[in-house]
Ligand binder design. Structure first.
Ligand code: NDP
Length: 448
């Protein structure tokens, strides 16, 4: 790992000491601090005013018990979280994750990333994240509803359109947001549309929100390609995952002329050299909630691989869209060996630090999630705008706004990387430009 300056190492050591056992949070903090050496050289007041330690400490961390009754009328108990990380730029904003791997360290890493991602969008939103170790897999609709209602019973005390606005993430899609919103409405007696984003279109949702993260990731990658006169046309693309982000990355990559040859879920991956069929994938994953192996069962041109890594499939462009640390060094080495030249992260922190180092060393263009997947939260902010003005925009207009935002984020990252003497380093560009926006605002607001 790159060295930190002595002062930043000290800050990092404090974070590790204060947050023991939270490996993902340490990883996310370290990655940002590694970019900040040159900023601190230019602006020592950030250190002197304690901005680094203040930005690494969440404003508030809420942990609560969630009791609910399963279909056999047995009591189940899960743990719920909401980490309100930083509200310098606006109300806390960030998704809810329901997955058995969730613990405080995961929510804190995601909340920390969200602060910088939201700053990059240029919109007035702070950063937060929440979720539960509840596993939606295999649960009936009724169980999902009962869990969401119980979760909201506590969460409702902490959120609001001007304070904290949750959305979806892994395991939380339109169905869950519906049950959460219904319960919030019942508990408060108010139709407060702006309290959650990712809502359905008949009750305050935004067109293109479902598509936004996947589309945005492809728009960002397309901007990277344009710099060398390339495009998605004729490119082979590997997309990991087959959830919300992955499916709409597939759709947009196809629309721009790419061929998506592989996708995955936690059970393995499929390869279809002729290109994965979008409609079949949507029917399988969004409607039937099936396993990706079933795609290969139904398509003779496709094969399912239950062991090994999706990164062994040769491609020009890789879009990791599943989960954190899913792309380790071995994955990066396989991609490099097979001639992949561009990686854009649809997921949050999917590439390990070792993988990123290998991409850098081998000239693979690399876009970190906090920049490349910011289209989701940006469109959530557009949903908040529509709610505030009681308006509803067309799909075309919303997608155009999303595209403009992604082009803007790309430009901001590229220009900042140039300004700090690291042309093409989107990690540094994203970290520095977002940090400066949050840090300057914190300075302006005083020690609070
Ligand atoms: P979904 O729940 O819709 O899909 C997640 C996908 O990733 C599924 O295919 C799932 O497979 C797979 N997956 C999850 N955990 C693992 C694991 N441990 N190993 C292998 N595969 C796994 O989530 P999203 O598509 O919404 O989110 C995907 C990523 O994108 C996350 O990192 C999220 O934080 C990030 N993101 C999402 C945004 C959004 O708007 N939804 C916005 C910005 C970032 P299986 O079904 O088998 O578990």
């Amino acid at each position: 790992m790159p060295e930190l300056t002595a002062e930043l190492q000290q800050e990092f050591d404090t974070v590790v000491r204060r947050n023991p056992g939270e490996a993902e949070f340490h990883q996310a903090v370290r990655e940002v601090l590694e970019s900040l050496g040159p900023v601190i050289d230019r602006r020592p007041e950030y250190l002197e005013s304690g901005i680094i330690s203040r930005i690494c400490e969440p404003n508030r961390q809420i942990i609560f018990k969630v009791n609910w009754l399963d279909d056999q009328n047995r009591v189940q108990t899960n743990r719920g979280f909401r980490v309100q990380f930083n509200s310098a730029l606006g109300p806390y904003k960030g998704g809810l994750r329901f997955h058995p791997s969730v613990y405080l360290g995961i929510i804190k890493f995601l909340g920390f990333e969200q602060v910088f991602k939201n700053a990059l969008t240029g919109m007035p939103i702070g950063g937060g994240k929440g979720g539960s170790d509840f596993d939606p897999k295999g649960k009936s609709d009724k169980e999902i509803m009962k869990f969401c209602q119980s979760f909201m019973l506590e969460l409702s005390h902490h959120i609001g359109a001007d304070t904290d606005v949750p959305a979806g993430d892994i395991g939380v899609g339109g169905r869950e947001i519906g049950y959460l919103f219904g319960q919030y409405k019942k508990l408060t007696g108010r139709y407060e549309s702006g309290v959650l984003t990712g809502k359905g279109l008949t009750w305050g949702g935004s067109r293109a929100r479902t598509e936004a993260t996947g589309y945005g990731t492809v728009f960002f990658a397309d901007e990277m390609l344009k710099l060398t006169g390339e495009s998605f046309e004729g490119k082979k693309v590997v997309v990991s995952g087959s959830g919300n982000v992955a499916i709409y990355a597939l759709e947009k990559a196809q629309q721009l002329g790419g061929t998506v040859v592989a996708m995955s879920d936690s059970g393995g991956y499929i390869v279809d050299e002729g290109g994965i069929d979008l409609e079949q994938m949507q029917e399988l994953k969004e409607i039937r909630r099936g396993r990706i192996s079933e795609y290969a069962d139904a398509n003779p041109s496709a094969r399912f691989v239950s062991d090994g890594q999706i990164w062994d499939v040769p491609c020009d462009i890789a879009l990791p869209c599943a989960t954190q640390n899913e792309l380790p060094l071995a994955g990066a080495e396989a991609l490099i060996k097979n001639g992949c030249t561009l990686v854009a992260e649809g997921a949050n922190m999917p590439s390990t630090p070792e993988a990123i180092k290998a991409f850098r060393a081998n000239g693979v263009r690399f876009a970190p999630g906090k920049a490349a997947n910011a289209g989701g939260v940006a469109t959530s902010a557009l949903e908040m705008q529509q709610n505030a003005s009681r308006d509803s925009w067309t799909f075309e207009y919303t997608e155009e706004r999303l595209k403009e935002i992604m082009v803007g984020i790309h430009a901001r990252c590229a220009e900042t990387a140039d300004e700090y003497g690291s042309p093409g380093d989107y990690v540094r560009g994203a970290n520095i430009s977002s940090f400066v926006r949050v840090a300057d605002t914190m300075l302006a607001l005083g020690v609070i």
